[in-house]
Design a protein around this ligand. Structure first.
Ligand SMILES: Cc1ncc(COP(=O)(O)O)c(C=O)c1O
Length: 328
């Protein structure tokens, strides 16, 4: 997150809407010590033409969040639909008319020492203005990390568990210190898994290939969207199978997908150019399709989008909501 976050931004915390500077947790909070939280990342895209803010697949994110919370016995006591309503209201109360990143986080909130899990759970949702996460316009240079991806039998990568992100942080930090834009992690059997915060796709011999969800990857929602766009719009065959490290050096195209990064082309990997080093045609087409779909410009994919203002004049609606909000 950016350092210059507005402390007056309205967040949802402890069942209430409040300015972020009033939403605090104690220093003994279980999740802070032991990483016992589960989070989500959701994007909303502002479309200036339509004067509308579209939240991308929020229901799917909330269903995943609730399921993943269950792995750690964390209960989020609201339905996915109720959580979508809160998300819309957060955007409205903040009068956002820009791209957003929405961060729901559910966690073990007991304030005590001791790693055992108990029944004390809490959650919050923060929505913040957010631009590009990785500057990938001209393609990224990715590096295979010396850190291995956490195994499902240690900390499940599919669960988006807070503590598991120490693994991503180590790999991402190493990559940046080594001059790369992003890390690619291998699993213990040496197969390619994903980036530090994104899934990976490779085009090779006419096929679009991505590691299966059993290879210690997050079951990405962007991954799923890209697979649907690739199959329906480009008629591509998609294969989910193990990928060898050296296949990355001989493939035709390579790209990363994720809520934060969108679709980010990789044009160099471990100092090897991917094909001729230019962004490939399929990557370009898919990136454009994804931008169009997420901004409401493709009717067939409106099903993914939850509009925030729904024709209401944003300014009027926000004035009314601001009056109800306990703004300091
Ligand atoms: C490790 C990891 N892999 C993949 C992804 C992409 O998942 P999604 O497309 O659901 O954002 C993320 C980001 O959420 C991630 O943290």
């Amino acid at each position: 997150m950016k350092a210059d976050v507005d402390p007056n931004v309205i967040v949802y915390f402890g069942g209430q809407y409040m300015p972020m500077h009033e939403a605090n947790i104690g220093i003994l909070t279980h999740a802070l010590h032991y990483g016992t939280g589960v989070f989500e990342g959701i994007r909303a895209y502002w479309d200036a033409g339509e004067q509308e803010l579209f939240v991308m697949r929020p229901r799917d994110h909330y269903v995943r969040w609730k399921q993943n919370g269950g792995i750690l016995h964390i209960d989020v006591p609201l339905t996915a639909e109720q959580l979508c309503d809160i998300t819309v209201e957060l955007a409205q109360r903040n009068a956002f008319r820009t791209d957003l990143y929405i961060r729901p986080l559910a966690y073990k909130c007991a304030e005590r020492i001791g790693v055992a899990l108990d029944e004390q759970d809490a959650f919050f949702i923060v929505a913040l203005p957010f631009g590009e996460y990785l500057h990938s316009e001209n393609g990224l240079h990715a590096g295979v990390s010396s850190w291995r991806r956490i195994d499902d039998n240690a900390i499940p990568a599919r669960a988006k568990i807070c503590g598991a992100y120490a693994n991503s942080a180590l790999a991402s930090d190493e990559a940046r210190r080594s001059g790369f834009d992003e890390a690619i992690l291998l699993n213990e059997s040496g197969h390619v898994t994903e980036g530090a915060t994104c899934n990976l796709f490779m085009r090779r011999k006419g096929q679009l290939i991505t590691p299966a969800v059993t290879e210690n990857v997050l079951e990405g929602i962007t991954r799923d969207s890209i697979m649907e766009l690739a199959a329906r719009e480009l008629g591509l065959e998609i294969q989910e199978r193990p990928i060898d490290r050296s296949e990355l050096y001989v493939c035709d195209e390579l790209f990363l997908t994720g809520t934060a990064v969108g679709l980010a082309p990789v044009t160099r990997i471990d100092h090897h150019a991917v094909a001729d080093g230019a962004i490939g045609a399929v990557t370009r087409s898919l990136r454009q399709l994804y931008v169009d779909a997420t901004h409401g410009r493709m009717p067939a994919y409106r099903k993914w989008l939850l509009p925030v203002y729904r024709g209401a004049q944003p300014a009027e609606r926000n004035e009314a909501l601001k009056k109800e909000t306990s703004l300091a």
